[in-house]
Design a protein around this ligand. Structure first.
Ligand code: SAH
Length: 567
């Protein structure tokens, strides 16, 4: 899996210059600035601790411009948990010190050296093996895998104690290291893809130069692959990727097998046998093994899986929530970080940013929903990771239904094979209700007052019946320039069944800059108090209002109905 771009986290304007210097080194890095303290950061955060822990859990490399102690204390609760450990560094605000803290196996020292060089200081490297040999034997570069970490650690400490080492096989990066080589050494590093029981004092390093092509249906794919590798005398650690025919893109068995073996799963179009698939995928490969279902090919050099076939495309329809970053669910943030393409109405796409230079934005008019949905499938079917953006929740008067409709209408297998997921968001009615108290605390009805996509008389009928049923009401799209009279008419219908004292909540731009919340009554509400950026919540017969300490009102609809239960 590729790691997200680094996050540069700053607490004050004083560190912005250093942050920008580091960003020049990693143009994809995102500068996170503390709200109200930092102006001009790429992204604003409100809570340092929660933000740092979330980044860490998402496996994002962290460059924090603050005291090392703050970072250590903040992340300490997470360190005992198993899981990803991204590189974490503390950098002095003025750029005068660079301290790698965590992620020794994730390349933190490499980052520390790069940053230190850019800032013209030296990195505070404390890993003895690295200091002595200029590389971390335990952290081979992409394309190689270490056989045994514990053995590796012992090796490094033996070397530090003065032992020498033999290197068998080819590993260009080791050749560059200043290891104390000696053909007669007791310790040996063996580089190769053959299945092998390590001899005494032998550290195995596997080049990832093996491709396994599979074609389901095979019962128990991981075991079948392991058996085939064993027969071919190839180490499972040397497998760089699994390759399967396009037709099996939605196979859960293959997906799980790749996950279990810890390798990427790629796809290619295939007419013939899997052996052909394997042979076509890589240059200068030697086909070692092949039957009807599994073929193994070995390349001369480590393979770069991203250049083999293509991945299964992904399409996520996400909800941003009302606008404020802290109301966006973490799964949505992670999805935005992995996106290659982002589609949506320009205002929402901008709200979802900032984006990296490599992410492609496709901004369209709000009315072109079906066209946008089809475009999203076209991109995803090419193997890209695509995000369609909605505000609030994507399933509430938004893109999720349009995307599913486009898929339903399509007979293109490539579209149906896309990994489609809908990720929820906080809808405007819920965000507004939360700010007012709990006006939707009992049964309620959600309606869009827009008659663009449905006849007005059905809206009247639903309004009449919902009001009659004494449901609290949430109106989306209450009014617009092209629909000036509808809200007035809607309120007349509601007034047939509700008293003028019925509480009404108006939330405008909730969760966005300049938000306003107003509590009024049905009798006092006029359409000119409402615009298309407003959420209208109308209470039921039980909805109550009382004053808040410090001004304003609380509005709630009790959980009970009819007679108040004795408590
Ligand atoms: N998918 C969105 C709704 C889209 S319909 C969601 O779940 O929230 C657009 C309507 O939603 C607007 O006309 C307005 O009535 C309401 N709305 C959206 N965002 C809002 C916000 N931040 N504050 C108040 N109302 C909002």
């Amino acid at each position: 899996m590729t790691r997200p771009a680094p996050a540069i986290v700053i607490l004050g304007n004083g560190s912005l210059a250093t942050a920008r210097n580091i960003q020049r080194l990693y143009p994809d890095a995102v500068i996170h600035g503390l709200a109200e303290r930092v102006e001009g950061a790429d992204r604003v955060y409100h809570e340092f601790g929660a933000t740092l822990r979330e980044l860490y859990q998402q496996d994002t490399p962290i460059i924090a411009l603050c005291a090392a102690g703050i970072v250590i204390r903040t992340l300490a609760p997470l360190l005992l948990e198993k899981g990803a450990e991204p590189p974490v560094l503390a950098v002095a605000e003025d750029g005068s010190a660079v301290v790698p803290l965590l992620g020794g196996l994730g390349g933190v020292n490499v980052l520390a050296r790069e940053i230190a060089a850019a800032l013209n200081v030296s990195a505070a490297i404390t890993t003895s093996g690295e200091l002595r040999f200029g590389t971390c034997l335990l952290n081979p570069p992409n394309g190689y895998a270490l056989g045994d970490l514990e053995l590796g650690k012992r090796f490094v400490s033996d070397l530090l104690a003065g032992e020498t080492v033999r290197i068998e096989g080819e590993a260009p990066w080791l050749a560059q290291a200043q290891l104390p080589e000696n053909p007669q050494a007791r310790l040996a590093v063996h580089v190769g893809h053959a299945e092998r029981t390590p001899a005494a004092n032998e550290l195995l390093i596997y080049p990832r130069n093996v491709l396994v092509a599979v074609s389901a249906p095979v019962a128990n794919v991981p075991d079948a692959i392991r058996d085939a590798l064993h027969q071919a005398k190839i180490a499972v650690q040397s497998v760089a990727c699994l390759l399967a025919p396009d037709s099996e893109m939605s196979s859960a068995a293959l997906r799980e097998a790749a996950l279990e073996l810890g390798v990427p799963l790629r796809f290619a179009s295939a007419a013939g046998a899997v052996s052909e698939l394997a042979r076509n995928a890589i240059d200068s490969s030697v086909l070692i093994f092949g039957d009807d279902a599994i073929a193994i090919a070995v390349a001369e050099q480590p393979l770069d899986p991203s250049s083999i076939g293509r991945p299964r495309g992904r399409l996520a329809v996400i909800g941003l929530g009302p606008g404020a970053a802290e109301l966006m669910v973490p799964a949505v943030k992670a999805e935005l970080a992995r996106a290659n393409d982002v589609l949506g109405y320009e205002t929402y796409v901008r709200m979802a940013g900032p984006f990296r230079a490599d992410q492609v934005l496709h901004c369209t008019d709000n009315r072109e929903e079906m066209q946008r949905a089809r475009h999203a499938f076209e991109l995803a079917a090419q193997g890209r990771s695509v995000v369609v953006v909605s505000s609030g929740d994507p399933g509430v008067f938004a893109m999720a239904a349009a995307v599913l409709e486009a898929l339903h209408e399509s007979t293109d297998a490539a579209w149906h094979n896309v990994d489609l997921e809908i990720l929820p968001g906080v809808s405007a009615s819920l965000a507004t209700a939360a700010q007012a108290g709990a006006p939707l605390g009992h049964d309620f009805c959600v309606l869009s007052l827009s008659d663009n996509l449905k006849p007005w008389d059905i809206i009247e009928k639903r309004l009449d019946l919902a009001s009659q049923a004494d449901l609290a009401l949430a109106f989306y799209n209450p009014i617009s320039r092209s629909r000036p009279w509808q809200l007035g008419r809607a309120l007349e219908i509601v007034a047939r069944h509700r008293t003028p004292q019925t509480p009404v909540v108006l939330g405008r731009d909730i969760g966005r800059p300049g938000q306003t919340l107003r509590v009024t009554t049905l009798g006092q509400l006029t359409p000119d108090q409402v615009d298309m950026r407003t959420m209208v919540l109308v209470g039921s017969s039980t909805t109550c209002v009382f004053s808040r300490a410090g001004g304003g009102d609380w509005v709630y609809t009790p959980r009970w109905y009819g007679e108040k239960p004795s408590s």
